[in-house]
Design a protein around this ligand. Sequence first.
Ligand SMILES: Nc1nc(=O)c2c([nH]1)NC[C@@H]1CN(c3ccc(C(=O)N[C@@H](CCC(=O)O)C(=O)O)cc3)CN21
Ligand SMILES: CC(C)C(=O)C(=O)O
Ligand SMILES: [Mg+2]
Length: 292
Amino acid sequence: MITAHDFPSAHVADHAGMDMILVGDSLAMVALGMEDTSEVLMEEMLLHCRSVARATKGAFTVGDLPMGTYEISPEQALASAIRMVKEGRVKSIKLEGGKEMAPTISKITSAGIPVLAHVGLTPQRQNALGGFRVQGKSTASALNLLEDAKAVQEAGAYAVLIEAVPAEVAALVTKKLSVPTIGIGAGNGCSGQVLVQVDMMGNFPPGRFLPKFVKQYGNIWTESMRAMQEYKAEVKSRAYPAAEHTYPMSQEVFSEFERQVEGKQEEDRAEAEKRQAAEVPEAFDKLPNVPS
Ligand SMILES: Nc1nc(=O)c2c([nH]1)NC[C@@H]1CN(c3ccc(C(=O)N[C@@H](CCC(=O)O)C(=O)O)cc3)CN21
Ligand SMILES: CC(C)C(=O)C(=O)O
Ligand SMILES: [Mg+2]
């Protein structure tokens, strides 16, 4: 599974044969330049979901419910999930939370909308978690994570996404569940994996902080910079556009065009001279009387 936030990023993911494409609310940070994911609006998610859906032929699409659109009640969550499917054109939705979200997950799945649950590090709750912290590090916290995973499974989630959890814990949770798990920063014992596409493609300037779990499979930034700088240099040196990038005209037609332009200019000049000559006396008439 990989994230996508627009038509081209979904196009490449789908063509590469990804099983699942997530329109993550990480969109806020990687595509919209926001400080964190809590700022992104339903309307913004819907616009991007639609563009991803248009490019996706084979993969199963998932839309992340943005913060504030599902926490108030199961009814609010179902209404938001329906918008994601109806307007966003995705096939399923994802929401963050464990046992406390069980009634909400039941409500949405009973309406026929598949739900991917998200436990462990839940970035929408970063202010309560004290930042982007690894979860399930203590025995109590690991037990709590397992309870959360079981509860969302029982509520009807078709899979459980586990973020930033020790590998051993995620592997054991995976064993104890009957539905698949999808890990991010949760080791290779999960059923599947997900990454933010911009991160794994290396589409960001050097020096940016990256979570430990990111492996950079590409270097899109470097390639984009090379191309951009080469374009700039060639425009300035006039190496671009070259003959093959221009539309030619027959010499004959152009000569006639040139001749007519020159002829017109001659006519225009003569016309202007005539007009000026005619206007001079009139202009004199309009001058105010100068006291002698
Ligand atoms: N570009 C991007 N990639 C992501 O994976 C991502 C987002 N944005 N935005 C939403 C969340 C936030 N994510 C994050 C962000 C930071 C850490 C992080 O700093 N982790 C520390 C662990 C700190 C600890 O030891 O507790 C690390 O060193 O990796 C983890 C997940 C994952 N998601
Ligand atoms: C990091 C993944 C799991 C996510 O929720 C997102 O991209 O928003
Ligand atoms: Mg998310």
